[in-house]
Design a protein around this ligand. Structure first.
Ligand code: MG
Length: 379
């Protein structure tokens, strides 16, 4: 397939920290994708919360199935734009690899616990540490030895960093934009979780079709089309069709608008994309507004639903108690971390150990070390 002139050509990659000979039939980005899939942190996504914790039910998306959905949409969007699909896929598969247990609530709690120690927790930076250090799979280097463009995409996922505040990130061209393949991921991530959360929210009976149609005009329009074309169809299947059309509408808008923005800006190369003062990828103004309405609906009606909040609070209370317990009893961690805690700041070692846990593992450790009664007492 012919790449657009502003696609990231793997031949022009800034390469790996530890040089390696080329593979006979896989590109460097294809190898990065494969290394992510074979990593331990990737497998652990299966038991990490997306929205619904597994205590609520295990029918719903978890962070692994979410990641696979993001990768599918990223390949489609990147392909339609003539971008490098192997790079987009690698970036999508790695985008959530630094998530601690219990989703964003777990991330916020770990950050809060690190503050009194003058430190922070940030899932992008944690992801970078996973792929640079924590994964131990290869004889010749620590970590996964990913290409620059994939590591840069991890660093710049959904936020930007100031070089003065984060001098350790100075290699990552903090004053420049990422290639379009990486710019797409934030939007594709949103498309995947906004549609999936409507689906899971209905499945959990916390949302219903009427409520969504009332508050989300984009969905109401598409669902109305389905009702007219399939008046006898089962509600659940019409709902699925409405969601499918919404995902298609969002992805198509992302493709068309990004294409139009790239054309209007006159970019001819990745270096042009990097030098622009703003990101090119994104939705049109109309879909940006529709998407914001959808996000607000999910925030008001699903993420802050009492059933979800109660489960979330119990989970993060267990996380916080375990953090304090390991700080006082570093010998209760596995030998590797106990020894590390003698050389490195203890709060950092405890944080890294907990951030790597799955939801199940954390709750089991909590039960074994602290018992269940302390969770209910704290929540
Ligand atoms: Mg995500």
């Amino acid at each position: 397939m012919v790449l657009a002139s502003y696609a990231m050509d793997v031949a022009r990659s800034r390469g790996r920290c530890y040089p390696e000979p080329p593979h006979p039939y896989r590109s460097d980005y294809a190898r990065d994708r494969d290394r992510v899939i074979h990593s331990r942190a990737f497998r652990r996504l299966e038991a990490k919360t997306q929205v619904f914790t597994t205590r609520y039910s295990d029918h719903f998306r978890n962070r692994l199935t979410h990641t696979i959905e993001v990768a599918q949409i990223a390949r489609t969007v990147a392909g339609a734009l003539g971008l490098n699909t192997e790079l987009a896929e690698a970036l999508a598969l790695v985008h959530d690899i630094g998530h601690p247990p219990f989703g964003h609530a777990g991330e916020r709690k770990l950050d809060e616990l690190m503050r009194p120690h003058g430190d922070r927790f940030d899932h992008n930076l944690h992801a970078l540490r996973i792929v640079e250090k924590f994964e131990q799979r290869y004889l010749d280097f620590p970590g996964l030895n990913l290409t620059f463009e994939v590591r840069e995409g991890i660093v710049k996922h959904s936020r930007s960093y100031d070089a003065a505040q984060f001098p350790e990130l100075s290699d990552y061209l903090l004053d420049q934009r990422t290639p379009l393949e990486a710019q797409l991921i934030d939007f594709v991530d949103e498309i995947a979780y906004n549609t999936a959360d409507l689906d899971d929210g209905c499945e959990a009976k916390l949302l219903d079709i009427d409520m969504i149609c009332f508050d989300v005009p984009l969905f109401a329009e598409l669902y109305g089309e389905v009702e007219r074309s399939h008046p006898q169809g089962r509600d659940k299947l019409r709902f699925n069709e409405g969601l499918k059309r919404m995902l298609d509408r969002l992805a198509t808008d992302l493709i068309e608008n990004t294409h139009a923005e790239a054309a209007a800006s006159g970019v001819k190369s990745v270096e042009d994309v990097r030098r622009l003062p703003r990101r090119l990828a994104g939705f049109s103004p109309q879909v940006t507004a529709e998407n914001a309405t959808l996000k607000k609906f999910l925030l008001d009606r699903l993420y802050d639903h009492p059933a979800i909040v109660m489960d979330r609070e119990r989970s993060v209370a267990a996380l916080a108690q375990l953090f304090e317990f390991y700080l006082d009893h570093p010998e209760a961690m596995p030998k590797f971390y106990t020894e590390l805690a003698q050389r490195a700041p203890r709060h950092r070692v405890v944080c890294d150990y907990i951030a790597g846990m799955t939801d199940h593992f954390l709750l089991r450790q909590h039960l074994d070390l602290l018992g269940t009664s302390s969770v209910s007492a704290a929540s």
